[in-house]
Design a protein around this ligand. Structure first.
Ligand SMILES: *Cc1c(COP(=O)(O)O)cnc(C)c1O
Length: 307
C-alpha cells in the first residue's frame, strides 16, 4: 500500500487535510534540492494513561535547530507544532504511531536562491511497528561496513536536513544488496560514525561507548540511552571508535527513534562478542521500552499525552 493512497488526515500548514490531498507540485524547491528539514517521532500506548509522544519537546527543538542550520524560518511556533503532533495522532485514531514532520520550501522559485520562498509544514502519522523486524530486537542484525563515508563535519551535516540522506540511502542500499540488514559508516578520519539513520554504541568490559557528536547526529534515543545507562550505573564515555574496537567489543547496538534499540550481531560477517544480544544491550533495551511505554517514572518532560 502506497503512502500516498491511504485513509486519514495529515496536518498541512495549520489544518488537517484528507490524506490523499496532501500533495506538492513537481516544481517544489525541496524536491529538487533537498532543502528541507524533518523529524522522526514516536508515540507509544502507555495503557491506562493513553497514547504518549516520547520527548516531543526535544524533537521539536531539534526540528527548529535543523531549520536554523539552513537559514529556514518555520512559520509556526513550537507550541503549535507540538499541538499538531497530538492532533494528527488523534485524528487518525492511532494508539501507537510514527510521526513525521516535514518543513519544506514551496515552488515560488526554481533557482538555488531560497530567501524568498514560502516555508510549509506537513505532519503525518501512521502505525509503523519497529522498522527492524521484531526478531531483530532479540537476535540482532547483520551490519556491513559501508564503503561510503559519513559527510563532512559541519552544522548542516549534523542536522536532520533532507538532502543529507542521499548518503544514508546509498549506504543502506549497498548493504542490503550485499545481503546485510544495515550499514555502518565511518567519518572522514576513518573512525566509526553511525548507521544510515541510527546512532552507534559498543560495550566493552561492562562500559558503554559511543562516537563523539561531531561525526554523528545528536540522537534523542542516544541521549535517552546515555541517561538510562547512568541511572543503571553503567559507565558511559564518548570515544573515537576504530573498526578494531568494534571487532573487539563484547556487544554492540544501534539506537534511533525509528529503529529503537537494535543489537548488532556481526560486522562484515564477523561476530561481535558472542554474536547474540549481550546482557548490557538487553538491559538498556528493556529499560528503554519500559520508559517509552510509561512503565517507569516519567522523566522530566519526556512524556506528552495526546488525548
Ligand atoms: C534521526 C537520526 C538518528 C537517530 O536520532 P533519534 O533522535 O534517536 O531518532 C541517528 N542518525 C541519523 C543520521 C539520523 O538522521
Amino acid at each position: 500500500m502506497s503512502f500516498a493512497d491511504r485513509d486519514g488526515y495529515i496536518w498541512v500548514d495549520g489544518k488537517l487535510v484528507d490524506w490523499r490531498d496532501a500533495k506538492v507540485h513537481l516544481l517544489t524547491h525541496t524536491l529538487h534540492y533537498g532543502s528541507g528539514v524533518f523529524e522522526g517521532v514516536r508515540a507509544y500506548d502507555t495503557g491506562a494513561m493513553g497514547t504518549c509522544i516520547f520527548r516531543l519537546d526535544d524533537h521539536t527543538n531539534r526540528l527548529f535547530n535543523s531549520a536554523k542550520t539552513i537559514h529556514m524560518t518555520i512559520p509556526f511556533d513550537r507550541a503549535t507544532i507540538n499541538a499538531a503532533h497530538c492532533q494528527v495522532v488523534r485524528a487518525n485514531e492511532l494508539k501507537e504511531a510514527y510521526i513525521r514532520p516535514l518543513v519544506y520550501f514551496g515552488s515560488e522559485g526554481m533557482g538555488l536562491r531560497a530567501q524568498e520562498l514560502q516555508v510549509h509544514v506537513g505532519i503525518a502519522a501512521w502505525e509503523w511497528p519497529s522498522y527492524m523486524d521484531p526478531e531483530a530486537r532479540e537476535k540482532g542484525i547483520k551490519v556491513k561496513l559501508s564503503t561510503y563515508k559519513r559527510q563532512v563535519k559541519n552544522p548542516v551535516s549534523n542536522a536532520k536536513v533532507n538532502g543529507n540522506y542521499v548518503h544514508s540511502i546509498v549506504a543502506l542500499t549497498e548493504a542490503l544488496e550485499d545481503g546485510f540488514d544495515e550499514a555502518l559508516m565511518l567519518d572522514a578520519d576513518g573512525y566509526v560514525a553511525e548507521g544510515s539513520g541510527e546512532n552507534f554504541f559498543i560495550v566493552k568490559d561492562g562500559k558503554l561507548y559511543s562516537p563523539f557528536l561531531d561525526s554523528c547526529l545528536d540522537g534523542i534515543t542516544r541521549k535517552t540511552i546515555i541517561d538510562l545507562a547512568m541511572e543503571l550505573k553503567i559507565p558511559f564515555q564518548e570515544k573515537k571508535i576504530t573498526v578494531e574496537d568494534v571487532f573487539d567489543a563484547d556487544e554492540s547496538f544501534f539506537s534511533g527513534t525509528a529503529a529503537e534499540v537494535v543489537p548488532i550481531n556481526s560486522l562484515d560477517n564477523q561476530k561481535i562478542g558472542s554474536g547474540l544480544r549481550g546482557p548490557v544491550t538487553e538491559k538498556l533495551q528493556k529499560t528503554y521500552f519500559d520508559q517509552v511505554r510509561g512503565e517507569r517514572e516519567a522523566n522530566n518532560g519526556w512524556h506528552t499525552f495526546t488525548n
